[in-house]
Design a protein around this ligand. Structure first.
Ligand SMILES: Nc1ncnc2c1ncn2[C@@H]1O[C@H](COP(=O)(O)OP(=O)(O)OP(=O)(O)O)[C@@H](O)[C@H]1O
Ligand SMILES: [Mn+2]
Length: 421
């Protein structure tokens, strides 16, 4: 066979392939590859492109910011109080639907002080959820949930977005971030250094004391170590006091009223080799829009933005209060400052819907002031600084990603993506 015949045969074979098999192959490629993996990748590229061309307004400070800053600083300023009991009565009347506390109230600064100062009078294990937590009573009256410190601030957790134990300070950060973004859907939280021997063990019931190991070294020095009672609790994983028996933890005010737990439509499979439908199906939201009330969907999209900023990828269930979504359990945030899990934003980029008020509020805190104001508020907290500078840079970087994703959605949907429900 000479060269020319070879070329002709090759051309004929190629043409045959194109006409017969090629189409099928091409269609297959479109459906599977294009429809799943590459559409996620295409979205990532789109967002990267948008990030490079963000309008200056997203990068600069918004002059409106100063008004919000002054009001926030005033509202959360610690204030002396006389009667804790009265403040707790007030705070227990605050919640309305999913708003746990009012926008501005002169009692907030005082309430925060009660949580920092009132004596702990009783402690029990709280075997709710899967992580170690305690139920504490303050001044024989108000119950709060206590989550202890497990990691130093600069821990970098590798692996899945939901890996590791709780980051206690994340609960405090979430509280202030919620206040700033006007997503007042989190519990009220303060950090507190607590004495494991004098405040926890001494006020604990028998069951709690049985889950605290007391080790004595050769010099006769005691170390108290708590392992608690919960799904993941075991004697090998303990929280130990320092030389003075102190541990760090957070006090989480109990949200009054009834909470209902629901499975998140964007739940992960929690299995490395199995992907959830929403992870590959870019039309996932279409069917949800028919199944779910718009107000619920808008709540979940606000939650997605909030969770993306703090990198909470563990909202497998969400809780509702009077049919509106609350932000309970923010402990699995800030695991890795260098990684942004874009898929936490799936509710936003798959639905391309956003509450107008949320969008307006986000833009007030452009130009690096979001972490600045949260920091100013959190300065009052016993555990300040709550997160490292790398984590703060992460929050600012992700805010720009949120702006870019909204720009992308505006290209697709126009202003009708913004809702006032
Ligand atoms: N501040 C609060 N007010 C009222 N109820 C609360 C509060 N915090 C937690 N709870 C209740 O306790 C349950 C467990 O709390 P949380 O989700 O923080 O624990 P967890 O161990 O992290 O759970 P999981 O392992 O499921 O994430 C919640 O589902 C909620 O019903
Ligand atoms: Mn949790």
């Amino acid at each position: 066979m000479n060269k020319r015949t070879g070329i002709i045969i090759a051309i004929i074979v190629t043409l045959l392939c194109l006409v017969l098999g090629g189409n099928f192959y091409f269609m297959y490629y479109l459906n599977v590859e294009e429809g799943q993996l590459s559409s996620v990748r295409a979205l990532e590229n789109m967002i990267r492109h948008k990030m490079r061309h963000l309008k200056p307004a997203y990068l600069n400070r918004n002059p409106r910011f100063f008004m919000y800053r002054n009001k926030l600083l005033k509202n959360y300023k610690p204030a002396p109080y006389e009667n804790a009991s009265v403040l707790w009565d007030i705070a227990n009347w605050w919640p309305h639907e999913n708003e746990i506390y009012p926008l501005y109230d002169s009692s907030m600064g005082q309430l925060l002080q009660t949580l920092r100062q009132e004596p702990i009078t009783r402690v029990n294990n709280l075997a709710r959820g899967t992580q170690l937590k305690l139920l504490m009573r303050l001044s024989q009256q108000q119950k709060v949930i206590f989550k202890p410190q497990w990691y130093p601030r600069d821990i970098v957790l590798e692996g899945a977005v939901y890996s590791g134990k709780d980051r206690h300070v994340a609960e405090v950060y979430a509280f202030y971030l919620g206040a700033v973004l006007d997503l007042r859907w989190t519990p009220i939280v303060v950090g507190r250094v607590v004495n494991l021997k004098d405040e926890i063990y001494a006020n604990g019931d028998q069951e709690l004391q049985n889950t605290i190991a007391i080790n004595v070294d050769e010099q006769g020095n005691e170390t108290y170590c708590l392992y608690g009672k919960c799904h993941y609790c075991n004697e090998e994983e303990t929280v130990c006091g320092d030389a003075d028996h102190n541990i760090e933890g957070v006090l989480i005010y109990i949200v009054p009223g009834t909470l209902a737990k629901r499975r998140s439509p964007w739940q992960r499979t929690y299995k490395e080799d199995k992907r959830a439908q929403w992870e590959d199906d870019m039309n996932y939201c279409k069917s949800l829009k028919n199944k779910m009330e718009t107000i619920r969907l808008l709540d979940l999209i606000d939650v997605a933005i909030f969770d993306y900023l703090i990198q909470n990828g563990d909202r497998h269930h969400y809780e509702t209060r009077e049919e509106r979504v609350v932000l309970i359990d923010n402990g699995k945030s800030f695991g890795n400052p260098n990684k942004d899990h874009l898929d936490i934003l799936a509710p936003l980029y798959q639905c391309c819907l956003l509450r107008k008020s949320t969008w307006d509020r986000l833009q007030v805190f452009s130009g690096g002031v979001l972490t600045e104001i949260v920091d100013r508020l959190a300065k009052q907290d016993a555990l300040f600084p709550l997160i490292t500078d790398r984590h703060k840079r992460g929050v600012e970087r992700r805010l720009l990603v949120v702006f870019a994703v909204v720009e992308h959605c505006m290209d697709k949907e126009g202003d009708k993506m913004f809702k006032t429900l």
